[in-house]
Design a protein around this ligand. Structure first.
Ligand SMILES: Cc1cc2nc3c(=O)[nH]c(=O)nc-3n(C[C@H](O)[C@H](O)[C@H](O)COP(=O)(O)OP(=O)(O)OC[C@H]3O[C@@H](n4cnc5c(N)ncnc54)[C@H](O)[C@@H]3O)c2cc1C
Ligand SMILES: NC(=O)c1ccc[n+]([C@@H]2O[C@H](COP(=O)([O-])OP(=O)(O)OC[C@H]3O[C@@H](n4cnc5c(N)ncnc54)[C@H](O)[C@@H]3O)[C@@H](O)[C@H]2O)c1
Length: 474
């Protein structure tokens, strides 16, 4: 990593218009906007580059590894296409090198973006020392105090550990996906938690040859998801991964060169043995030292924000994972921009975050995606009978038939009175791509008629959106 895009601590002025703590998705888009708008912006992050945890140990490295799993899995389809050949073996260190290469490529790209941004960027950690002052500490022991008019608190989140015996024996996503990770490929992995990280990691590592067990506390994988989406993932993933639901993990203990994980299920105690355990039980907000000087309202440790990302302290804005409202990179980016637009307007609410229009994607094989309300949520809000659900099954689709991937569906939820789109749920191939036009339609207030009249390319799965919309009847 070159140092030219990083400013020395001695270059930090005594006062700035905006101090941005954290250069992840919630930090840098807003910082760049504010600098272009002519404000003096200091951004600080100990990683020394952009991307936060998403690039350092989250979205990007996990999806780089997942692609290796998908490419290997293609061999399972060979016969369906009339092809013959053997399944590739896994060179695990080379898979990790691919992941690292992608991370380093993006860091190099981001270094140039910082250099071009007009933002003063310091590799360091911020601590709050007064209502309008922060101390910036660097790794070499130097520090400097800076006064700010506005603070963008974008310090993100970190893996949570269950308060159980032996919790420290478990790995977290940091250990698996961080730049330079060098864990051996486990033979049998137990994943605690069947949320996003749990199901994605089990899906990809199984496809790379690891025997995986998922222990989920709730009766449903991905608790809170549309029940049909979760059930469809369970049906397909449980053919490859051992999944225990309603399983409360009690302890982890070392045994020989592996681990015993004890859990409670159906009133009894059970255990499973593995050579590695991954704790994927959610993430906790990261707050800077001295945060109490800001007098922020907190809810279970998360910073409370309104739809402009403003906190209870009018000088402080807290976009991204730190507020816990929508812990996804693309949501953090939009939140960062909403906060920046309002800061640039002197604190006026010139822009609003629509949390309800953020698409969610689960990169398992097969994928899941959803946006807006489920039918149950829409009926709870509008009343029974106020909602119409239409559906398109992959089994009818030409692309799905060509690709031998006929398991899956697109479900659209409309307001019966005027056909306005309220939500969409997709399970199956390309779900994460297919949700994008639906997120746009939802944000724009589009109706079934608009989606039915648009022309979608053939033979692609997106035609399913068209066809599901045409099935709408008031
Ligand atoms: C394994 C994994 C996979 C994921 N996959 C996806 C995915 O596929 N798609 C998706 O949308 N989301 C995904 N996420 C979630 C996504 O990574 C987060 O939602 C996103 O990174 C949040 O951005 P953020 O800027 O709020 O926080 P972060 O990315 O956590 O950034 C916060 C930054 O603040 C810095 N910081 C902390 N304390 C201080 C301080 N005192 N001073 C200065 N800086 C500080 C940190 O170094 C960090 O760089 C994944 C997460 C994980 C863990
Ligand atoms: N594709 C994506 O967008 C993506 C991918 C990975 C992570 N993320 C983000 O990262 C966040 C963190 O992911 P995560 O999977 O750690 O959290 P999560 O909140 O998605 O899932 C945690 C799971 O752990 C379970 N759990 C809690 N206590 C348990 C216990 N005692 N025993 C067994 N299970 C228990 C919960 O019921 C839940 O299902 C997510 O909320 C998501 O916002 C997003």
């Amino acid at each position: 990593m070159t140092a030219s895009f990083q400013a020395p601590l001695t270059g930090v002025p005594e006062q700035v218009d905006v101090l941005v703590l954290g250069a992840g998705g919630a930090g840098y888009p807003g910082a760049f906007f504010l600098a272009k708008a002519g404000l003096s912006v200091l951004m600080v992050d100990p990683i020394g580059n952009l991307g936060g945890d998403c690039l350092a140990e989250g979205c990007v490295p996990s999806k780089a590894m997942r692609e290796a799993a998908l490419v290997r899995g293609l061999a399972d389809k060979f016969a369906g296409f009339g092809l013959r050949g053997s399944k590739p073996t896994v060179d695990w260190p080379a898979v990790l090198s691919h992941k690292d290469r992608v991370q380093n490529t993006r860091y190099a790209q981001h270094a140039q973006e910082i250099a071009d941004s007009g933002v003063l960027f310091v590799q360091g950690r911020g601590a709050i020392v007064a209502l309008d002052q922060a101390r910036i500490d660097t790794d070499d022991g130097a520090s400097r105090t800076v006064r700010f008019r506005h603070l963008m608190l974008a310090t993100g989140s970190a893996p949570a550990r269950l308060p159980i015996l032996g919790a420290d024996l478990a790995l977290t996503s940091h250990d698996l996906f961080r730049l330079g990770a060098d864990l051996p490929l486990p033979r049998h992995l137990v994943v605690i938690g069947g949320g996003y990280i749990g199901v994605e990691t089990a899906s990809m590592l199984q496809a790379l040859g690891v025997e995986c067990t998922v222990l989920e506390f709730a009766p449903q994988l991905l608790p809170g998801f549309d029940a049909e989406l979760a059930a469809s993932l369970l049906a397909s993933l449980s053919q490859r991964v051992h999944i225990e639901r309603s399983a409360q993990v009690l302890s982890i203990a070392r045994e020989g060169d592996g681990f015993y994980v004890r859990y409670k299920q159906d009133g009894g105690e059970r255990s499973v043995h593995a050579d590695a355990v991954l704790m994927a039980t959610g993430r906790v907000p990261v707050l800077p030292e001295g945060v109490e000087h800001l007098g922020l309202a907190l809810d279970s440790g998360h910073v409370v924000v309104d739809e402009t990302l403003r906190t209870s302290n009018p000088q402080v804005w807290a976009p991204g994972d730190v507020n816990g409202r929508s812990m996804l990179f693309h949501s953090a980016v939009r939140q960062s921009l909403v906060a920046a637009h309002c800061i640039a307007a002197g604190g006026q609410a010139v822009d609003l975050m629509h949390f309800g229009a953020v698409p969610m994607t689960v990169f398992t094989e097969p994928e899941l995606a959803h946006v807006g309300q489920t039918a149950a949520q829409a009926e709870a809000a509008l009343g029974a009978g106020a909602v119409t659900v239409t559906r398109y099954d992959y089994a009818q689709d030409s692309r799905a038939q060509i690709y031998c991937e006929t398991q899956g569906f697109i479900k659209l939820v409309f307001r019966r009175a005027d056909g306005r789109l309220l939500g969409a749920q997709i399970a199956g191939m390309d779900a994460a791509q297919l949700i994008t036009p639906l997120a746009l339609a939802l944000e724009q207030g589009s109706t079934a008629a608009a989606l039915a009249d648009a022309v979608f390319p053939h033979p692609m799965l997106s035609e399913g959106i068209n066809k599901a919309a045409r099935a709408f009847r008031p």
